[in-house]
Design a protein around this ligand. Structure first.
Ligand SMILES: *Cc1c(COP(=O)(O)O)cnc(C)c1O
Length: 383
């Protein structure tokens, strides 16, 4: 890997090689080939078959690994494919402690797929260190966290959790989709594996699915390399190229998204129809201080509750510029209703405990003009 030591806003642009050596192409080429000719008997160019490795995928894997300060990155066809691969590191009767406020699809794959293979999961509020300690078992092999969490924006202290993980010799797995390595680098805070839905901020344009894993340890890298190559849910050359291109503007996008999000969060807080705003950039947010200790930003994700549940439908019907759609992290501002969309798989009892209720709305703030966004919210909130 090259270009390791630049500042993060340079690194996103020049993530690995900056150009391809042979031709000088500044846009890294798409090697649309499934297989590679051997130069001679028992010789390889380093590329044999694209499930094993492909030059374009290798490039994006290096970019993401450099950004996360890891030693190896792995590209997958979606965030869920990356998460699936992580889970295949474990064996029946292994126990994993998980943040209870979690991306709905992650919860679903744990409960509806991996439980059937004998893995055990306990969900706790990982922003509370004592409650994590309480659920550690003899067979706990990993702690899996999201910070900030989705959709309640809870902040977990990565260093503190990593101390617990180290004590019991368990892996700390951190889903870093929301803040991205531009603002937060969990491997430097004690994490062992970083997980990404590259579909979100890394890609940034709502145009491709992607997932990544990054590690800092050679042994773990070798294990994941085998699992990735063997199970084969790898990122295609074209999608790898889209993510390389997307990451080049990660910095400018996130800065603008964060600036917009802060203004919108402050505006929402003052609105008479709004009950509560969850944005980690607000000083009154419960996780504000912990987040400041471990990251350099707040990102562009806001959740809020309206006072009257019937407002949800009227907002979703009346927004014009902002689009009612799942997903997040792109240049377009999207609004979601977690109860019916991203978190429908989570049992009612847990949802209620978390606050994922019929009044909660999530906003992924884009890069549009902030006055246009506020104007759109204003008209939708006052219908
Ligand atoms: C979207 C998302 C995922 C799943 O990623 P896909 O690319 O949709 O498969 C995992 N974790 C978080 C936090 C997400 O937002």
């Amino acid at each position: 890997m090259q270009n390791k030591e630049f500042n993060v806003d340079t690194l996103v642009v020049h993530g690995n090689k900056s150009y391809e050596e042979k031709t000088g192409a500044i846009s890294f080429p798409i090697y649309q080939s499934a297989t590679f000719r051997h130069p001679n008997f028992n010789e390889s160019t380093g590329y044999d078959y694209s499930r094993q490795q492909n030059p374009t995928r290798e490039e994006v894997e290096c970019v993401v690994a450099n950004l996360e300060k890891g030693i190896r990155g792995f590209g997958f066809s979606s965030g869920m494919a990356a998460i699936t691969t992580v889970l295949t590191l474990f064996r029946p009767k292994d126990h994993i402690v998980v943040s209870e406020d979690l991306y709905g699809g992650t919860y679903r794959i744990f409960e509806e797929v991996f439980k059937n293979y004998g893995l055990e999961f306990t969900y706790v509020d990982t922003s509370n260190i004592d409650s994590v300690k309480e659920v550690i078992q003899e067979n706990t092999v990993a702690i899996y966290i999201e910070t900030p969490s989705n959709p309640m924006m809870r902040v977990t202290d990565i260093r503190e959790i990593s101390n617990i993980a180290q004590e019991i010799n368990a892996l700390l797995i951190v889903d870093n989709t929301f803040l991205t390595p531009y603002y937060q680098r969990p491997l430097q805070l004690g994490g062992d594996i970083v997980v990404h839905s590259g579909t979100k901020y890394l890609g940034g344009h709502n145009d491709t699915l992607a997932g990544f894993l990054v590690v800092k340890d050679e042994k773990l890298a070798a294990q994941i390399e085998l699992l990735q190559m063997t199970s084969g849910a790898v990122l295609s050359p074209f999608d790898s190229w889209l993510i390389i291109r997307g990451i080049k503007t990660l910095g400018v996008r996130l800065e603008k998204q964060q600036e917009n999000a802060l203004q919108i969060a402050k505006w929402l807080e003052k609105h008479e129809n709004i009950e509560k705003v969850y944005y980690i950039g607000l000083e009154n947010h419960i996780g504000y201080e912990v987040n400041l200790k471990q990251s350099s930003g707040f990102g562009g994700m806001i959740s809020f509750t309206v006072k009257d549940p019937s407002m949800v439908e009227s907002i979703l019907r009346n927004i014009k510029l902002i689009m009612y759609a799942e997903s997040l992290g792109g240049v377009e501002t999207l609004i979601t209703y977690p109860l019916k969309q991203t978190h429908a798989a989570i049992p009612e009892e847990i949802r209620n405990k978390l606050g994922v209720n019929d009044r909660l709305i999530r906003l992924s703030v884009g890069v549009e003009n902030v006055s246009d966004l506020i104007e759109d919210l204003e008209q939708a909130l006052s219908v």
